[in-house]
Design a protein around this ligand. Sequence first.
Ligand SMILES: [Fe+2]
Ligand SMILES: [Fe+2]
Length: 135
Amino acid sequence: MPLITWGPMLAVGVAEIDEQHKKLVELVNQLNDAMHAGHGKDALTPVLNELVRYTVYHFGTEERLMAKHRYEASVAHKGEHTKFVATVSDFKKKFDAGNAMISTEIMNFLRDWLSKHILQTDKKFAKALNGLGVK
Ligand SMILES: [Fe+2]
Ligand SMILES: [Fe+2]
């Protein structure tokens, strides 16, 4: 069963962002499935790496759009991205060193952060973009 189900609820109404969110949801579900399948560190590492890499790439896309359209709430929005990347990078360091495992707690944190950020912060940003004619 997927940890996060993609649906209209999560759509923000800007095509490029929605496509990337779908991919992020897919990657989180992939990591969750791999964990539940009992896969070890060697199998989980590439999945976690891809999730971190794609997250950074996705934040870059949003931040580029913020700069391009002079989004007024960009500082707070970017701050949420920066904090999340720091938390995840910190976890990844521990995981790579063999001092942390992918757990239900970690997966729930990823699910909750992603859902909340999309529903609140990204939706607000997308609405501003829609107001400028960006869809
Ligand atoms: Fe986003
Ligand atoms: Fe965002």
